[in-house]
Design a binder for this molecule. Structure first.
Ligand code: ZN
Length: 234
């Protein structure tokens, strides 16, 4: 049957096309941000905003301490300045001063704790930044590789499409019809070469007389076991 060799080439091209299409889909699926990248970035952002909030809180407390110190100085001045002599008023000023100082001391403790926490958070942030850089640069280089594969696979696919169209155009419609039908039933392998006397599709031996007839090429022969169109390649 003239055209069987071409039909076999068509199958090779179509199987290769399916493989390239699958690899392309896989590569395209890998493009874009990964869960790991998003997670590390979210951790980093959370740590950065946490540290910013802490810095603001400590700065506010420091300002409050400054204000309390100012008030305490003014109270002290009145207390020891000699202008106030009334014992009741003096006692009240004394109480105010003690309360201002107590409040300031408590704020200073909070500030100290805040500064310690800030050190810890800064260390954590440095670690996260290092991790982010590593994850991001690995991701970028992987994306670069994937982009390159996607381009190469797309080019390969276009070439295969052209080859398939050319091969199909060279084959009689009736033969293509039989082949396409067989391909649908046999996972894209509608034609099988006879190799070493066996059908390559199902590994069942083909009678020598049939091999001769297939070689003679008068008509289409199908494997009696798997139903594929038989051909002799080479
Ligand atoms: Zn077979």
């Amino acid at each position: 049957m003239p055209g069987l060799q071409t039909l076999y080439q068509l199958q090779v091209a179509e199987l290769e096309r399916a493989d390239v299409a699958r690899r392309l889909q896989e590569a395209e699926g890998g493009l874009g941000e990964t869960d790991d990248l998003r997670r590390v970035r979210a951790d980093l952002q959370r740590e950065e905003s946490g540290l910013t909030a802490l810095r603001t809180r400590v700065r506010d407390l420091e300002l409050e301490v400054k204000g309390l110190n100012g008030k305490a100085a003014a109270t002290e001045k009145r207390l020891y300045g000699g202008e106030v002599r009334n014992p009741k008023e003096l006692a009240s000023l004394q109480a105010d001063l003690a309360s201002l100082r107590a409040r300031r001391d408590s704020l200073e403790d909070t500030i100290l704790a805040g500064l310690t926490e800030m050190d810890e958070r800064e260390a954590r942030l440095r670690e996260l930044r290092g991790r982010w850089q590593a994850v991001q640069s690995a991701w970028e280089s992987r994306q670069g590789e994937l982009q390159a594969s996607v381009s190469a696979l797309r080019a390969q696919l276009a070439e295969l499409d052209e080859r398939i169209a050319r091969l199909r155009a060279a084959l009689p419609a009736s033969l293509l019809e039989v082949y396409d039908e067989a391909c649908r039933k046999k996972g894209g392998r509608g034609i099988a070469a006879i190799r070493g006397g066996l059908c390559e599709g199902c590994r069942v031996s083909v009678p020598t007389s049939i091999v001769q007839q297939v070689r003679g090429g008068e008509q289409i022969h199908r494997c009696t076991s798997c139903g594929r169109i038989l051909c002799v390649v080479g």
